[in-house]
Design a protein around this ligand. Structure first.
Ligand code: GSH
Length: 205
């Protein structure tokens, strides 16, 4: 089995999150940049959802940006971006990766779509309500520099990308904790490099 890494992506997509992780790891990969709408044949072979990002690692197909981040951190564990399996830190790491890719993503998309949750439905809805999601994240990022406290990890690639996206598209409020965190994550060398690659592909200087 070949261990080649191939990333199906578009520079205006969540594929950017996967590229940030690959750049952070400093591993070799091939980016297959496809257009929206015309990517179906090649991509659908691997991902019936036809979504970016989709990662191939040899014969293994990984979809969903958060799963790609988590998979890569473990596949290249020598790079030190994931806490040890079974450690207490691993619990914190999973917690915020799943929080950002589950409740937080759903709350933000519902807000964008204008879906309002009645107060009495809050207990039934996985993310409760948008305000609770924002307050929970604010509490975390006001208390801790990174997801794991003082140590950067792969969870910050995903959570940092989500917060940055929320600030950029105004789907998250400009809270000092969010701005401090996004600025810190996006000033990393690998992030600057990754953004430059995707911006170039979009024709942004
Ligand atoms: N759950 C997926 C969502 C991926 C997704 O929705 N990607 C969008 C771009 S951000 C996409 O590929 N859209 C193209 C299409 O649906 O045809 C993830 O987290 O990776």
């Amino acid at each position: 089995m070949s261990d080649k890494l191939i990333l199906f992506t578009h520079p205006r997509s969540r594929g950017r999150i996967a590229r940030r992780m690959l750049e952070e790891l400093g591993v070799d990969y091939e980016a297959r940049v496809l257009e929206y709408g015309t990517h179906k044949e090649e991509l659908l072979k691997y991902n019936p959802m036809g979504k970016f990002p989709t990662l191939l690692h040899g014969e293994t197909v990984v979809t969903e940006a958060a799963a790609i981040i988590t998979y890569l951190a473990d596949a290249f564990c020598e790079k030190g971006l994931a806490p040890d399996v079974g450690s207490k830190e691993r619990g914190t790491y999973y917690r915020w990766l799943y929080f950002a890719s589950g409740p937080m993503e759903a709350a933000i998309i519902d807000k964008v779509l204008g879906v309002n949750i009645d107060a009495e439905k809050k207990a039934f809805v996985g993310y409760g309500c948008y305000d609770d999601v924002v307050a929970t994240l604010d509490k975390k990022l006001s208390a801790d520099e990174y997801v794991l406290g003082d140590r950067f990890s792969a969870a910050d690639v995903y959570v940092g990308s989500s917060v940055h996206f929320g600030l950029q598209f105004k789907t998250l409020p400009e809270l000092p904790s969010f701005e401090r965190y996004a600025k810190q994550i996006f000033s990393r060398e690998a992030f600057i490099r990754s953004e430059a690659i995707d911006d170039r592909l979009l024709g942004i200087k």
